[in-house]
Structure formats: C-alpha cells, structure tokens
Ligand binder design. Sequence first.
Ligand code: SF4
Length: 157
Amino acid sequence: MIIVSACLLGLNTKYDGNANAQALLQKYSALGKFIPVCPEQLGGLPTPRVPVEIIGGTGKDVLNGQCMAQGEQGEVVTSEFILGAKEVIKIVEMVTVTAAILKERSPSCGVNYIYDGSFSHQIKSGQGVTAALLTEHNIPIYSAEELTEERLLELLI
Ligand code: SF4
C-alpha cells in the first residue's frame, strides 16, 4: 500500500477547503493501493484552517522541538502537526506501506521543499513534519511533482 497526501487524490483537505488533484494519481486510484491521508486533519485541525508555515527550521526540527509550526498571525499548531504525523505512522504500522507520495512544499507533506516561514510564497530546502517522520521510519517518500508514470507503475507492482 502507498500513503498519498489526500489532497492529491482530489479530497478537499487543503487549508482553504480545496484540493490539489493530480491527474496521474487519480488515474490509478481505483486500483485500491493508495491510502489517502491528510496529517493536518488527523492532527485535529479543521478544514478550512489557517495557512501554516514552519518558522525557523524544517519538519525535522519541529519533531526535535527546535522550532514551531505557526499560522501567519502567530497561531501555534506544532502539537497538531506532530500528532497528525504520528497518526500517519500508526497507519504505516497497521498495514504494509511501501512508499508515500506527498504534496511538495506543504509544512506537513513537503518532500524536498517547504515554504520558508515568511508567508511570502518563498521556499527553502527541507521536509514537512509528516514527511520527516516517515523518513525516520524508513518509508521512501516521493514528491508527486517529480513522479513519472513509469516510476509510479513500479511503485504499484
Ligand atoms: Fe494535502 Fe498534506 Fe496539506 Fe493535508 S496536510 S492538505 S494532505 S498537503
């Protein structure tokens, strides 16, 4: 089974109540091999919710207690982000998960990049909180933006 950021499969889990539907993933969703997850919802945050960025670090730093996940007005949601990541790991431990395909730049799901904490659409290198915890648990993570159909088919075998 493959964990997939729920918004990529067309679920309206995004902070603004919309989705980030990705046609390639939707094309193969009927195979039943994807587990859609939204870690921010699993952590107890509502939808819609305030947009959040990681301030002064990356998802790994959030997990290590070295920085926070915050909304633009200073709303601290670090504990919800960590809880959501841990809930995703519970799913990993329930079923055989071989990979995760995640939404790039998200403070939870970003694989290579996240927004830089300035709320000005600038990005920096680093993983989101859930991406970092999946990596800690040795689950290979892939950015949906980088995934070719050929690579996806290999993951689905
Ligand atoms: Fe999508 Fe992840 Fe953001 Fe949820 S937390 S809306 S799954 S990018």
